[in-house]
Design a protein around this ligand. Structure first.
Ligand SMILES: C[S@@+](CC[C@H](N)C(=O)[O-])C[C@H]1O[C@@H](n2cnc3c(N)ncnc32)[C@H](O)[C@@H]1O
Length: 308
């Protein structure tokens, strides 16, 4: 662990103290949100127009099609996330997530100008898929996308493995309703399942690849461990588990001023636990081979392992 000099430590304490004052935290959240929307529109993501367009639709029938009303949500899932008080359990989050992802991923593709949003996102996904294709010799027939959100990772996997049967599993019925709507619009055959990744209710040994894109940084350690075990149960012998997420060893996080990291953590409540997750130890403990870890962008890593 690197020692933090007194000045950044003071700034971190100051940021923490301010975030503990509710009205100030709300102000900071609103300010951060306005900055994000303005930044999106500056780089060509039509945030307000796109969200207004989506808001016109009647979403409840879509939710009814995908929702499992008997599902018990894990306690940790009720926390505020990404500046949404209801976390991922709201239409606001579901209708804005695609624009937000494009905006956040834009800087991953340098010099892309106004197309930075799409190219950044495509770069993130294709760099992950290159790792998958390099390490999984036989194209998987049955694929499960854990934490599929509105389907961005699921559609991207289907583009790479067009002959596979793909299931997208997600805990937010709002996000899943949007995924289902997109697949209808785009004529994509994908099975959507409302459920928790740690207890999917899917049959043993029913997948060749279980993939988890950008979900683990949203999880406490206990949930991460449970999901590794569930993925192992769902895989056929020799099947692969793969995840892609923030890389705690990337220079970007290593060199990030601690008070900025504190601000980031205020919208990502389990980031500390994710940064402490030791995949080299936890994946073998769940029945996997030692994983390979490949940095796939300046701030992400792809992790691939095989069921043994
Ligand atoms: C940052 S999003 C990533 C979405 C998508 N995979 C992508 O790459 O764009 C993480 C998603 O994981 C979902 N999630 C979080 N915990 C989950 C759990 N225990 N089971 C299923 N989904 C979960 C969240 O609701 C959210 O949609």
């Amino acid at each position: 662990m690197t020692a933090t000099s007194p000045a950044p430590r003071l700034a971190t304490h100051a940021v923490n103290a301010l975030l503990n004052i509710k009205p100030l935290a709300a102000l900071a959240k609103n300010r951060a949100r306005a900055m994000m929307i303005n930044r999106a529109e500056r780089i060509g993501v039509p945030w307000r127009d796109r969200v207004a367009e989506l808001r016109q639709l009647d979403w409840e029938p879509h939710r009814a099609q995908v929702e499992n009303p008997d599902l018990d949500y894990p306690e940790y899932y009720y926390r505020a996330f990404h500046a949404y008080d209801q976390g991922n359990l709201s239409w606001d989050a579901a209708l804005e997530v695609e624009c937000a992802a494009h905006t956040v991923h834009a800087p991953l593709y340098p010099n892309a100008g106004k197309d930075g949003d799409k190219r950044g996102d495509q770069h993130l996904r294709s760099s992950y898929h290159e790792v998958l294709q390099g390490q999984i010799p036989t194209p998987p027939r049955d694929i499960l996308d854990l934490g599929c959100s509105v389907g961005m990772s699921t559609f991207a996997l289907q583009d790479v493995y067009p002959d596979a049967q793909i299931t997208g599993l997600e805990l937010s019925p709002y996000f899943l309703a949007v995924a289902q709507y997109h697949s209808e619009q785009r004529d994509r055959a994908i099975t959507w399942r409302h459920g928790a990744a740690e207890q999917t209710g899917l049959p043993d040994a029913s997948f060749d690849l279980v993939s988890a894109c950008l979900i683990f940084h949203e999880l406490p350690l206990t949930a991460a461990r449970d999901i590794f075990k569930e993925a192992r149960r769902l895989l056929r012998p020799g099947g692969h588990f793969a995840m892609m997420d923030m890389n705690p060893r990337s220079q970007i996080y290593q060199k990030m001023p601690p008070y900025i990291l504190t601000l980031l953590k205020s919208t990502e409540p389990y980031l500390d636990q994710y940064f402490a997750l030791d995949v080299d130890q936890e994946l073998p403990a769940a029945g996997f081979a030692p994983p390979t870890i490949t940095p796939n962008t300046i701030r992400h890593r792809a992790i691939v392992t095989q069921a043994i």
